[in-house]
Design a protein around this ligand. Structure first.
Ligand code: NI
Length: 237
């Protein structure tokens, strides 16, 4: 076949491929639109919901890290009301922390490495803040309520900071607060280990006096960066 004839032979195949691709794209966008329609948050428009979903597809929902924390996309609200039991055995809600800034971490006391590192970072950020650190309460929310009783939490949090609060609860309460912060956690039993471990996402959340998350910090954010972000949020009110 000479070149011209090959081109003529290929053209219908190419056209068909383009048609099929276009059709697939329309179907995918239509599906996304339908899921946006049915999965709207209360009060949210279809377009907003669509944009949120599209951002989620492209990984744009969790924004890139920046100095001083990750900015939450517009319309993404984390945090809010909860019912838990603190490390002294007292039933608490978000109202018990009203008017205070919180640095919140979700983890568990059996965690071999990541949790202690992140809780140490929170404590160091409070030290860096000096007097302003007094307006911030450090909080560990356990995602392992089966083992993390108030007693276990009391012993654990006191190792990191004298004012650190431990929160535990029923499995339903823990699941509800984790959902509100979009925290992922799962129980993992490895055959070679006698004790199970918990797989979990690892962000430090800065919560404002209104119980809403202001910003979140990825692992390896330095105490100085966190302190700087807290100062910025305190100035903003
Ligand atoms: Ni951990």
């Amino acid at each position: 076949m000479d070149v011209r004839r090959r081109r003529a032979y290929l053209r219908p195949i190419m056209l068909n491929a383009v048609r099929i691709l276009a059709l697939l794209l329309i179907l995918a966008l239509g599906g996304l639109w339908a899921s946006a329609w049915f999965g709207r948050a209360p009060g949210e428009g279809v377009a907003e919901s669509f944009a949120r979903r599209f951002a989620g597809l492209t990984g744009g929902e969790m924004p890139a890290p920046s100095a001083g924390g990750v900015q939450l996309p517009q319309g993404m609200a984390l945090g809010g009301p909860f019912r838990m039991t603190d490390h002294t055995g007292r039933a608490v809600t978000e109202a018990d922390f009203a008017g205070r800034f919180l640095l919140v971490y979700f983890g568990f006391t059996f965690c071999p490495d990541v949790c202690p590192t992140e809780l140490g970072t929170i404590a160091a950020a409070l030290d860096t803040l000096g007097e302003a650190g007094g307006r911030v309460t450090p909080v560990l929310v356990t995602i392992d309520p089966e083992r993390d009783t108030p007693e276990a939490l009391a012993d654990y949090v006191s190792r990191f900071h004298p004012r650190m609060v431990g929160l535990t609860g029923t499995p339903d309460q823990v699941s509800a607060i984790a959902r509100a912060y979009r925290v992922f956690y799962a129980r993992v039993q490895r055959p070679e280990m006698t004790q199970y471990v918990m797989d979990h996402s690892s962000f430090i959340y800065l919560v404002g006096p209104d119980a809403r998350v202001r910003t979140l910090f990825r692992p390896e954010t330095t105490p100085e960066q966190i302190a700087q972000a807290v100062r910025g949020q305190m100035r903003g009110g």
